[in-house]
Each structure stands twice: as C-alpha cells, then as structure tokens.
Design a protein around this ligand. Structure first.
Ligand code: FE2
Length: 346
C-alpha cells in the first residue's frame, strides 16, 4: 500500500494520499487548496492517478483543494450526506464504502465537531478529521457543532474500535503525526470524563476565537461545485423538465455513470445503460461502449450521475474524444427524484 501524510504548515492540516499500488488509482483526503501543486507533483512522482478526493467535513480554517483537483484531474469529489456543500460528485452515509482500486474506506458518521463530520476507516487505521485529534478533539462551537453529539461520536463510534487502530487526525498543532485508539482513550485529557455532561462542560467553556479566515473559507468550501450548464452553449445540459418532456418520445439513450453501490441504493432512471465514470476513458475511446453507442445509433446520449458533476465532466470528455450529440442531466438523479421522476430498482 502507498500511504502519504502531508502537512500544511499555516493551518496545521494533515492531508492523506492512499493507493494500493504504483501505477494505480489514488484517493486524497482533506487536501488544502494552496498545496495543490505539491499533490499533483507527488501523484506524478508516485505514478498515481487521482480518482477520488474526500473531505471529512466542511473546513473553517483552509480552502479545500477538492474543486481544483477535480478540475485538474477530473476526479470524483466525495463528501458526507450532511455536508452543506452546493454540489459534490458523490455523497456517502454511515456504513457506505468509499472505494478505489484495492482500497475500501468505511464511512462513519460522527457529528459533533460539525454537523457534517465523518470519519473513514480502513484496515487498522481511521482518519478522524477533526472529530478526534491527538490528545485533543475538534471544537464544537460553530458550523452546527454540538458537544454532546461529539461525545457520542467519540465514545460510541471511535473509542469502540480496536485499541491498536491507528488514528490519523485532520490537524495537529504540536507536531504529532499518528496515535492509536488505546493511547487516546488513556491519555487524551478531553476524554477523561465520566459522561456527556462532563465532556460538554469542557467543550462549551473553551472560549476560542473564530478561525482567522472562517468568513471567507466556509463560503468558498460550500460553493465548490462544478458549473453544470452555461448560457453560451445550453444544448449540452438538460433540466429535469426538459428530460421528462423528451423521454416520452424515447429519442435518446440514457447513460447512468454512477457506481454499483449508488445504483443499488437509489435505483436508476428506467431504461438506462450503466457506464461507470471510473472507466470513462475506455468507454469513450475507440471500441468503448459509449463510443459505439454514439457512433452506431442516431440517438443522442444523455448522461446522468448523482448530482450532475460527473455527467458534466463526461460531456466535456466525450466532446474531446469526438463524440457528438451528447448532453447531461443538470442536478443528476437527485434532481430527477426530487421532481417525482420514475425510478426503477436495480
Ligand atoms: Fe474542522
């Protein structure tokens, strides 16, 4: 396994690169925007292809690299279901797996530091974001933080993991890099409490100043979605209403770009062909499924995904690959479901 812990000095932020092999797929957790060049260089040096970026929560102290990395690498942006961001490619809930080649991360919903705080667990390690820090824990006084929820998340979700599980936090301000669940249980001063009331008493009386850049950073991190339509060329993007009107004539082929797990959880728009975004290069290249569909049939292709980000990127990639007559559904299947569109279980 390839594992790198990267540090952003100014904000004490840790970011993580995971991959199962040289030449394979990579995942990046909690990237910082002004370190993007460094991540890109490292990925190149290690011969890795970034396919997913994940943030443990909406950060208040630094601008996330997610949007920039998506724009540069066409990777999939992943956040938890509760994250108040405008658009991400994929949202995960407690128990969902975030998967890349050879690696699976289990999603743990751990609200408290913020309402949208999630931890991610894989064999022997857990990425705790700001939920649990080394000999500390994330503050609970903004972004819908809740000290009692934090207590529950830490004590029932994290401290119940095997004691030798390695703890990789989202921050450290003292130079520590890694701990274990057993160490934190024994030595984390915030965790030496008898109940949620005692923990809340500590957390509710920290009287910390707001992070310096919070008023700029939080809005930036919330509005990082990819533009899904533009006024100059409106033909490549369909609203749900437009798609519903067209569907009655069945004059197009619908293509679902989501992963198997997303399709199993939410179903598909009836009559869709499945073409997962992770295999896009093969699918749109010579001999690929989408290449064939676009060439052989007179029917235009309409791509959709969960929220419209992967499908918008697929339209652009298809056009670059010479596929004509492709468009996508703005807002993805989430918008379709919200509008009452029919769904077929997989
Ligand atoms: Fe945070």
């Amino acid at each position: 396994m390839i594992f790198r812990q990267l540090f952003h000095q100014e904000t004490g932020t840790y970011s993580y690169v995971l991959a199962s092999r040289k030449g394979g797929e990579a995942l990046l957790i909690d990237g910082v925007l002004d370190r993007t060049d460094r991540y890109m260089q490292l990925l190149e040096e290690l011969d890795l292809r970034l396919v997913k970026v994940l943030d443990t929560h909406v950060h208040a102290d630094h601008i996330t690299a997610m949007g920039e990395l998506r724009d540069r690498t066409k990777c999939v942006t992943v956040m938890g279901a509760e994250a108040p961001v405008d658009v991400v490619s994929m949202r995960v809930q407690d128990g969902d797996m975030v998967t890349i080649e050879g690696i699976q991360l289990e999603t743990l919903y751990t609200p408290g530091h913020t309402i949208d705080s999630y931890c991610y667990r894989m064999d022997g390690r857990v990425f705790t974001g700001d939920t649990l820090l080394i000999r500390g824990s994330g503050r609970t006084d903004f972004q819908s933080g809740d000290s009692r929820a934090a207590y529950e998340s830490i004590f029932t979700r994290l401290l119940t993991l095997p004691g030798d599980t390695l703890v990789y936090p989202g921050h450290d301000y003292k130079g520590d890099t890694v701990s274990t669940i057993a160490e934190e249980k024994a030595f984390n001063p915030r965790l030496q409490v008898a109940n949620a009331d005692e923990y809340a008493d500590i957390m509710d009386n920290l009287n910390l100043a707001d992070p310096k850049m919070m008023d700029v950073v939080v809005p930036a991190n919330i509005a990082m979605g990819l533009g899904q339509s533009d006024t100059k060329d409106p033909d490549w993007a369909l609203t749900v209403g437009q798609l519903m009107a067209l569907q009655e004539q069945s004059k197009f082929a619908l293509v679902d770009l989501r992963e198997d797990s997303e399709r199993a959880a939410n179903g598909q728009i009836p009559g869709s062909v499945h073409a997962p975004y992770g295999r896009l290069e093969n699918l749109i290249g010579d001999g690929g499924l989408l290449h064939g569909m676009a060439g052989a049939s007179a029917k235009p292709l309409v791509y959709y995904c969960a929220y419209g980000e992967r499908s918008a990127m697929t339209v652009h990639a298809s056009q670059r690959a010479g596929l004509e007559n492709v468009s996508h559904l703005i807002g993805g299947i989430a918008a379709w479901i919200k509008a009452g569109g029919p769904i077929e279980k997989i």
